[in-house]
Design a protein around this ligand. Structure first.
Ligand SMILES: [Zn+2]
Ligand SMILES: [Zn+2]
Length: 86
C-alpha cells in the first residue's frame, strides 16, 4: 500500500475548497498530535486499525510513518462508515 505523504503539499486536493465543503460533510473536532517536534501541530486525522498494533488508534500524518505496513484509514471515512452502519 502506498502512503500518500504528498497530501500535505496540496497534490491531493481536488478543485474547489474541499476543506469547508458541502453540507453533508461531517464536522469533526480534530486534536493535534502531542508528540512534539515534527508532529507539532499535526492533526490526528488518521486511524490505524491494525488490531495488534500497540499504537493503534488516532495518529497524525507524521505518526503514520511508524505505521507503514499497517491498515490506516482517514478518520472522516471511518466516521462516515460508522454512521452508515447505524
Ligand atoms: Zn504524531
Ligand atoms: Zn499501527
Amino acid at each position: 500500500m502506498q502512503l500518500n505523504l504528498n497530501a500535505k503539499n496540496g497534490k491531493a486536493s481536488n478543485q474547489g475548497n474541499s476543506f469547508f465543503s458541502p453540507s453533508k460533510a461531517i464536522r469533526i473536532k480534530y486534536f493535534t498530535c502531542n508528540k512534539g517536534q515534527d508532529h507539532e501541530g499535526e492533526v490526528l486525522n488518521i486511524v490505524c486499525i491494525k488490531k495488534d498494533c500497540e499504537k493503534h488508534g488516532l495518529i497524525c500524518s507524521m505518526c503514520k510513518a511508524e505505521h507503514e505496513n499497517h491498515t490506516t484509514i482517514p478518520l472522516k471515512i471511518l466516521l462516515s462508515k460508522l454512521q452508515n452502519h447505524k
